[in-house]
Write a protein that binds this ligand. Structure first.
Ligand code: PLP
Length: 400
């Protein structure tokens, strides 16, 4: 008998979540086990976080070795894991400078503050941040306001100002919105929470050109798309469009909390000593784990697995849809895929998630109409096949 149960959640926790009725207690690779010993195939990856699955040996080794060396020193001192991780991120990307924090929201908060600081140093009249409708950038008040889903920023009093939203993938709307007042354009290369909607390449290219033409910065929120998720280390590399600031979190720690903001030397210099900070950011434990994640993910073998498992998942979903036609489209990049429900099943992604769990496979939703998949980047062909088979059972009984 486990001393705590799901029912305790409703007694103990602030009621801002509605977790599933089962409680996972152990994970290995792409499998989880609940309190009753039942196993689940994990195609959700803790919302695109457990990039190497559960308890990957490289992460366990990095964490336990670091746990015996040094846990925390604060930002009055630096530490070796943080410096090693920063070196690897700089070597592998456009970036020359790194800021570490603990989450995606914090990475974006830093990015938006930095963009505003650059603007205020260069031209105080320039303050507008242009983001996209349906975007998601985190839950701090600034990031949730830049996010394009007003329901998440309603009800908390006056919002941060000078933030506007334009339709995603709409070059004309962006062109009409950008002006000499624009300090930054913020884009997710694939809208994750907003429904697994990939950007078109010409849209990102246009955003780059508009930012340059108007003296604004281009920020890519790669919190969900980063660290191999879309098949390249960062999605900007797939698109061939380089941002000024990039944010990373989720998959970066593989389950250990860490976030990072990457940028150039020229932009970074606007954050001088004392302008921004965090107690835990660059924590040795988090950085040691993230280093193991980057070392493992940024290899031809793992990136090739993302491509082949992506094809397997697309094909598998297309096949399931032949047997039980519920999806109108499979979209996304790499191992961030969304299956869009048809008109007849609109609004029912949550139902699919619940039925899938009953059948022993964990999937996610991305809004009411999209079933989202974000499995481990090292998921095996057999594990994925087993997850798809279970999903097939769930869909068959749903539509029967
Ligand atoms: C999840 C997510 C965030 C927020 O990350 P947290 O770690 O929850 O703060 C920000 N941006 C995108 C694109 C995300 O998917």
């Amino acid at each position: 008998m486990h001393p705590v149960q799901r029912a305790d959640f409703d007694q103990l926790m602030v009621p801002n979540y509605a977790p599933a009725q089962w409680v996972p207690v152990r994970g290995e690779g792409s499998r989880l086990w609940d309190q009753q010993g039942r196993d689940y195939l994990d195609l959700a990856g803790g919302i695109a976080v457990t990039s190497l699955g559960h308890c990957h040996p490289a992460m366990v080794r990095a964490l336990t070795e670091q746990a015996q060396q040094l846990w925390h020193v604060s930002n009055t001192l630096t530490n070796e894991p943080a410096l090693r991780l920063a070196r690897k991120l700089v070597d592998a990307t456009f970036a020359e400078r790194v800021f570490f924090c603990n989450s995606g929201a914090e990475a974006n908060e830093a990015a938006f503050k930095l963009a505003r600081k650059v603007a205020s140093d260069r031209d105080p009249a320039r303050d507008e941040i242009i983001a996209t409708t349906n975007s998601f950038h985190g839950r701090t008040f600034f990031t949730v306001t830049v996010g394009g889903q007003p329901k998440y920023s309603d009800g908390f009093g006056p919002r941060p100002q000078a933030i506007s939203h334009v339709a995603y993938n709409d070059i004309d709307a962006l062109r009409a919105a950008v002006s000499a007042r624009t300090c930054a354009i913020v884009i997710e290369p694939v809208q994750g929470e907003g429904g697994v909607l990939p950007a078109q390449r010409d849209y990102l290219q246009a955003a780059r050109e508009l930012a340059d033409a108007h003296g604004a910065l281009l920020i890519f929120d790669e919190v969900q798309t980063g660290v191999g998720r879309t098949g390249t280390l960062y999605a900007y590399q797939h698109y061939g469009v380089v941002p000024d600031i990039l944010t990373s979190a989720k998959g970066l720690g593989g389950g250990f909390p860490i976030g990072a903001m990457l940028t150039t030397t020229d932009i970074a210099k606007h954050f001088s000593v004392g302008t921004h900070g965090t107690t835990y950011g660059g924590n040795p434990l988090a950085c040691a784990v993230a280093e193991a994640v980057i070392d493992t993910v940024n290899t031809p073998e793992v990136l090739a697995n993302v491509a082949s498992r992506s094809a397997q998942l697309r094909d598998g979903l297309t096949e399931l849809n032949r047997a039980t036609p519920v999806f109108s489209e499979i979209r996304g990049l790499g191992l961030l895929l969304g299956a869009v429900l048809t008109e007849a099943y609109a609004g029912k992604a949550g139902e699919v998630v619940a039925l899938a769990a009953e059948a022993g496979v964990i999937v996610l939703q991305a809004g009411p109409n999209v079933v989202r998949f974000a499995p481990s980047l090292v998921i095996s062909e057999a594990e994925l096949a087993s997850g798809l088979a279970r999903l097939g059972q769930a869909l068959a009984s749903w539509t029967a």
